[in-house]
Design a protein around this ligand. Structure first.
Ligand code: FAD
Length: 491
């Protein structure tokens, strides 16, 4: 329990709440458990897990951290921020403050788990404990199992199982929360290495922090009557919740979102969209369920046959894709939206990813890494599951032979070109300020210039790219039946 500092200048508390990707006070079971034991020391560590992550997600986390520090300050506490390896740093803070327990929300990502084991081991040497709590997903990833105890590999039965299991109610901010009062540490720049105009990203960022996420949820749901029909339309901003960033850093919990959506199920005007929205939130849980069961999901093809898929290595085409000058308007618009805002519409993500893997025949891991460095809503589970879904190599994935045609997708989901004009300078004479911002955001070394007419010549003819992709698939299949055939050779 908290006690007198004995004149040492160091407050003596028993409990630390170690914030990671749960930067909120509502529905934070780690904070609730810590608060039940007395005053809470709020801790954040810039550790080896965080510094290994992409620049954009660290940038976004830094903004969220500033909001959390402000909230804790307003409640009479401060956020202790330390830099260093998780185990040694957490153990030192615990020892300095005489804390026998450290509570944290489980972030069920493999490198986090490995680090958490090191933390728990080091704390245990001094008789202290690391206590992990659920809260990053609707239901902890290992809790949902098939009747025979196996891992669900298909979304629909998984979704049924989650609903049958039930989602816990969200808990409020711990009543009477008492924080250890001490001067807050300055929130550091977590992404000093970001190789892109942070000023542009800043201009396009939405409001940050827990209060802003709850406001967004409460504004979105009552007006979400068209969600189930409009969620595929990138030309209709606001048609989706735009809560993925807040979920990624834990400003809002999925259980809070679930409870809010459930309240609309009885409203005839909102029940269908609320159902669809809840189904999307379950996709996020499905991704975490898969990542927890298959920790190599971000690095290895889940279907063994795809380990030998004959991808091309082509630095020119890869650069054209990352720099958003493929000459395919929907693809370039999506990649520019991501570079300017840190986000990209889901339908466009699918088209952009499919174009890379199928029309350009470039390994999905190239795209996954680019998204991981560039998305402010980066989520290791959703990113890996979706890339493998597009590549045809994941569980419950789209078959490889189903190849999105980006031009047809554009005609269907951006019929009058609103989205493409917004992000593509000069396309159909566009002078949209958002499109102009792309040239301010990109590194000078890319040599891009708004004076170049758009579109440039296409990197690949869509028909030829499709034929090449199908030929590669046939070669992969041939290699399975006839190992002597040259699956690994370039097509
Ligand atoms: C190649 C690719 C990579 C992706 N990478 C990420 C990523 O790194 N981080 C990320 O959060 N999402 C990722 N997604 C999923 C999806 O694009 C985003 O979750 C969605 O665009 C977020 O917008 P929203 O919050 O307005 O979604 P809404 O339509 O409002 O959906 C509500 C919530 O449901 C979840 N959700 C929706 N669609 C999906 C989906 N396909 N898979 C998993 N969860 C979903 C998200 O948490 C989302 O915030 C990726 C999709 C693709 C095709």
């Amino acid at each position: 329990m908290a006690g007198d500092d004995g004149g040492t200048g160091v407050a003596r508390v028993t409990t630390i709440c170690w914030f990671r990707r749960d930067l909120r006070l509502t529905d934070n079971l780690a904070l609730t458990a810590a608060a039940e034991r007395g005053p809470v020391l709020a801790l954040f560590v810039v550790d080896e897990v965080l510094t290994a992550q992409g620049a954009a997600t660290r940038w976004r986390l830094g903004r969220s951290l500033a909001a959390l520090a402000g909230e804790l300050g307003a409640r009479g506490g401060g956020l202790t921020i330390r830099h260093g390896p998780a185990a040694e740093t957490v153990a030192r803070v615990a020892a300095d403050h005489g804390a026998d327990e450290v509570h944290a929300t489980d972030w069920p990502e493999p490198s986090r788990h490995a680090a958490d084991h090191r933390v728990a081991d080091l704390l245990a040497r001094d008789g202290r404990r690391l206590v992990l709590h659920a809260g990053h997903t609707l239901v902890p990833p290992h809790r949902i199992r098939t009747g025979s105890g196996g891992v669900y590999k298909v979304y629909t039965p998984f979704a049924r199982a989650i609903r049958a299991h039930g989602v816990p109610d969200a808990v409020p901010v711990p009543p009477g929360l008492k924080l250890v009062a001490h001067p807050a540490d300055a929130v550091p720049d977590l992404a000093p290495d970001m190789n892109r105009g942070a000023a542009v990203l800043d201009r396009h960022a939405g409001p940050t922090g827990e209060a802003a996420a709850l406001d967004r949820l409460n504004a979105f749901l009552p007006a979400a009557g068209g969600y189930h029909q409009d969620r595929d339309r990138p030309d209709r901003p606001g048609a989706t919740s735009e809560l993925s960033e807040a979920l990624a850093v834990g400003e809002i919990s999925p259980c809070t979102i679930w409870a809010a959506a459930r309240r609309h199920l009885d409203d005839p005007a909102l029940s269908a969209p609320a159902e669809k929205f809840m189904a999307e939130v379950i996709w996020r849980d499905f991704a975490w369920h898969l990542l927890a069961a298959y920790p190599t999901l971000p690095t290895h093809a889940w279907r063994p046959a795809f380990a030998a898929f004959p991808y091309r290595r082509d630095a020119h085409d890869e650069a054209a894709w990352t720099r958003a000058v493929t000459g395919e308007p929907l693809v370039d618009a999506g990649l520019r939206e991501m570079f300017v805002t840190g986000r990209m519409h889901n339908r466009v993500r699918m088209a952009v990813a499919s174009y890379l893997v199928k029309h350009l025949l470039i390994d999905w891991r190239v795209g996954l890494a680019w998204f991981a460095d560039t998305l402010t809503d980066w989520d290791p589970a959703s990113n890996a599951m979706n890339w493998q879904w597009v590549a045809g190599s994941g569980p419950d994935a789209a078959p490889f032979f189903r190849i999105f045609n980006p031009a047809t997708q554009a005609a269907r989901f951006d019929p009058d070109g609103t989205y493409r004009r917004r992000w593509l300078w000069d396309w159909q004479g566009s002078t949209s300020p958002d499109a102009g911002d792309y040239f301010e955001a990109v590194p000078r070394s890319w040599g891009l210039d708004p004076d170049y007419p758009y579109p440039p010549p296409p990197v690949v003819d869509l028909k030829a790219g499709r034929a090449r992709a199908l030929a590669a698939l046939a070669r992969m299949k041939r290699a399975q039946t006839d190992p002597d055939s040259a699956a690994g050779a370039p097509p």
